[in-house]
Design a binder for this molecule. Structure first.
Ligand code: ADP
Ligand code: MG
Ligand code: ZN
Length: 476
């Protein structure tokens, strides 16, 4: 059997976080009633003119700068002609020959191996509306709220070689967009979506194989599964002596398969041409300077800083910086208590677990970063044990508030007073004469048993260091 290598290129659509649409002043709000955010421009009435939203240009340009693209001083809007009920104009305004940005790159890290993925182009375009098929009244409706919402399409070079690399690239892109504050990155609501182009070739061969384009993948997990499935499907085809056909395929997450949607012969000829209603977009160098100065610290740089300045492991730094809000949370906690590694440990274990279970993002947390810091400090200073800290964490996470007050209210302060602890130890030793005998006869492993008994008697509140010390003394 020949060995094959996968070749993957991604087309990503990101919805820009502008308040109004790209060519009219309608709201972009998600969740409004159907056709609430609609005017003659975005509903495709004749005789009206589109007016470009400068905020959308700013956001597209910032993304271009963030991934090292060359920005084209002049770019051109073009009409992409096709018919569909959710596209009342009969064409989508997009960019074709001259997009706003080209030749960028994104660095990824997969299993510790760094790689740079080329970005061919970023172009600006408007979104289409949405068809709603109603089963109850056997009819289809068109909702134009999303029509004319600003998008950027980011097209990668076919530089990825595995599903892991594709997902790493997507996660990095999403992270950058969210850091820039230009996209909410919500894959479920479709504000960050991707089409995956997949082909395979015998290892060592220069030429690319024929590709299939997979649509309809709306989570990182599904992107991974769809690509893996598609690679295997293409291998099976070649092994069976069949040729791969260039086509568009739809991913079905319920069945975990891709199925042909349309072939190349049915491929659209969009007859792109420059939109006569829109003048070419000229980027003002002064504005570009201003936008450049506004770029935030990007995920890659922040990750490096967290490793260097806070001493975090590569893995912890990557996880905590992936979401901008979580990285902010971490830094706020460190500002309250300068023990970054300890704070990172609590975030990586307790906090992320609770966030996952509650499906909450960092911006939605009730537990203030300063209160997380306080908790870490209480444990550090021996006021409570680490075990008690973990025990009360779910409550703190759910309600928020001052951990010190909670510890006091629940009477959980660690017993660090020797006389109180000695009392508990004496009681345990008196109740276990056989074990004491055995210990003194050489079975020193029993130390763990005594510690456990005292911990049980004190409901976990004994200071472990002091307990060990006192026990050793009493048993010698
Ligand atoms: P189209 O206009 O038909 O979508 P493009 O040339 O824009 O085609 O390419 C779309 C995407 O497909 C790009 O991300 C590109 O990297 C990727 N791509 C092109 N050729 C291949 C191939 N043989 N295998 C995998 N991906 C490919
Ligand atoms: Mg394409
Ligand atoms: Zn409108």
């Amino acid at each position: 059997m020949a060995e094959y290598e996968a070749v993957i290129g991604l087309e990503v659509h990101a919805q820009l976080l502008t308040e109004s649409k790209i060519f009219c002043s309608c709201s972009t709000r998600f969740g409004n009633d159907p056709n609430e955010n609609v005017c003659p421009v975005c509903s495709g009435m004749p005789g009206v003119l589109p007016v470009l939203n400068e905020r959308a240009v700013e956001y597209a340009a910032k993304m271009g700068m963030a991934i090292d693209c060359a920005l084209n001083p002049v770019s051109v809007f073009a009409r992409k002609n096709y018919f569909y009920p959710d596209l009342p104009k009969g064409y989508q305004i997009s960019q074709f020959e001259l997009p706003i940005a080209e030749h960028g790159k994104v660095d990824i890290l997969v299993d510790g191996v760094a790689k740079t993925i080329g970005v061919t182009r970023i172009h600006m375009e408007e979104d289409a509306g949405k068809n709603i098929h109603s089963a109850t009244d056997n009819a289809s409706y068109v909702d134009l709220n999303r029509a004319c919402v600003p998008l950027i399409e980011i097209v990668s070079e076919p530089d990825m070689r595995s599903a892991d690399e594709a997902v790493a690239y997507l996660k990095e892109l999403r992270s950058i967009l969210v850091y820039l504050g230009i996209c909410d990155g919500n894959m479920e609501e479709g504000s960050f979506r991707c089409d995956a182009n997949v082909s395979i070739r015998p290892k060592g061969q220069e030429e690319f194989g024929t590709r299939a384009e997979i649509k309809n993948v709306n989570s990182f997990r599904n992107v991974h599964k769809a690509i893996e499935y598609e690679i295997q499907r293409q291998k099976d085809c070649l092994e069976d002596g069949e040729a791969i056909v260039q086509e568009t395929r739809l991913y079905n997450p319920d069945k975990n398969v891709t199925a042909s949607m349309r072939g190349k012969e049915e491929a659209h000829d969009y007859r792109y041409f420059p939109d006569p209603d829109l003048v070419p977009l000229k980027l003002d160098p002064a504005k570009l300077e201003q936008w450049k100065a506004q770029l935030p610290e990007l995920p890659r740089v922040r990750r490096q800083r967290f490793e260097n300045d806070f001493g975090l492991s590569a893995n912890d730094a990557a996880t905590i910086t992936a979401e901008r809000d979580l990285a902010d949370y971490f830094e706020a906690a460190c500002a309250a208590y300068a023990q970054p590694k300890k704070i990172a440990n609590w975030i990586m274990s307790e906090l992320l677990r609770e966030m996952g279970e509650a499906k909450l993002a960092a911006a939605q947390l009730k537990l203030a970063p300063s209160d997380l810091a306080k908790l870490v400090k209480l444990v550090d200073e021996g006021v409570i044990s680490g075990k008690i800290g973990k025990q009360i964490f779910p409550d703190l996470f759910a309600q928020g508030g001052d951990p010190e007050a909670l510890v006091k209210a629940k009477g959980l302060v660690q017993i660090s007073d020797s006389s109180a602890l000695e009392e508990a130890i004496d009681a345990v030793l008196a109740a276990s004469p056989a074990e004491v005998e055995a210990y003194k006869g050489g079975k020193t492993k029993l130390m763990g048993f005594f510690v456990g008994q005292v911990m049980k008697a004190t409901k976990g509140q004994a200071n472990p260091g002091l307990l060990n010390q006192l026990l050793a003394k009493k048993l010698s």
